[in-house]
Design a protein around this ligand. Sequence first.
Ligand code: CMC
Length: 429
Amino acid sequence: MAKPTLTVTDNRTGQSYELPIKDGTIRAIDLRQIKESPDDFGLMSYDPAFLNTASCRSKITFIDGERGILRYRGYPIEELSERSSFMEVAYLILNGELPTAAELAGFTHQVVHHTLVHENLKKLMDGFRYDSHPMAIFVSMVGALSTFYKSSANIFDVEKRRLQMIRLIAKVPTIAAWSYRHSVGNSYVYPRNDLSYAANFLHMFKHLPTMTYTVHPVLERALDVLFILHADHEQNASTSAMRGVGSSNVDPYSAMAGAAASLYGPLHGGANEAVLRMLTQIGTKENIGELIRRVKAGEGRLMGFGHRVYKSYDPRAKVIRDLAKQVFEVTGTNPLLDIALELERIALSDDYFVQRKLYPNVDFYSGLIYQAMGFPVDMFPVLFAIPRTVGWLAQWEEMILDSDTRIYRPRQIYEGPGLRHYVPVADRK
Ligand code: CMC
């Protein structure tokens, strides 16, 4: 039988080394023994964006980017988005198994009964500038939660840890809705225990003192499905931030503020906002050709296209494209849909995109649905953050309980000046 090892010959010294291969990987630390001379530090690998480095072991989410497969705890995203609910998927992601009816009822009850936030958080919210971006407010408010729950520092106490996790999942819709209401100067609406997770969020977002908002069941279900699709996506930038910040054993609120900040960026959770702005700017189908020309000339990117892991159609984008039709039957169609479909058609028949395997990702169509449902583009990353809270927390818990975990501390290749000596300011040229 073939040996599960890798033999490396260092041509500087002529010496060979045998490195174990486990789970299709070698351990980067095994390279350290490869030295040019005894006082040499040893070989490192250089991988600035983790292009080919597994940063952890995980049992939560499986992605096969070549074949467009996404599974949570083994269950295909297509089955979950068709047959499950966000509360059930949250339980699955956090606990590894689908809940029994009693477990689901217990979990839902806990989440429902932690949706209120401390009244002082309202005052904090009031302090933000009137036109603040709701995602910037969201990031700050999540971090601020740690000041209200001091016991959250006890991350290795399972009961206390799980309580913070429930609190976060329960409170993010409240914070999200209120961050928007602050940014438009509306009064804050309190959560309602009789509504589902998605319906409660819609209620807090839309209800006005002057008229009662009734949640449409199709829109409630659509939002629930969007929450399922965004619940986890293994080691993306924000999840890596969650793990990286959390590896110092800080409380989950502080770690999650870091994760949410990462999600805010236009290359990650801000992409659906960027897609909508791009489609609006295109304006008519006739202008698509010019945009494609500019993208190919390196003058910007086609937002909502391409993915570090998916080199085929993002399975979430497929579900969302179909979901859009159901939503538009209720809300009326979004005129930008025609532009999006035509843009997709043109891009997918263009060599530039085909050769680079650039397909629509989750953000390409989600913004169209959000907009049709009445969410302003500023809210898009916040809508992503609500369900991703579940994924961040599951990954964070898995990380702190993993015996392999140590504080994240990458190495660097130093390129700055060599030793030089301080010169007093008066003597500098
Ligand atoms: N439009 C045009 N060209 C692109 C695009 C794009 N959207 N994405 C990648 N490329 C090109 C890129 O210029 C490069 O070409 P070349 O080899 O000639 O230099 C090649 O494709 C490979 O790109 P890359 O930058 O090495 O790919 P990456 O894996 O580092 O980037 C990405 C992944 C998602 C950041 C990138 O595809 C992108 O910027 N997409 C637009 C933003 C976007 O839609 N983000 C949402 C990601 S999905 C939601 C989430 O998980 O957060």
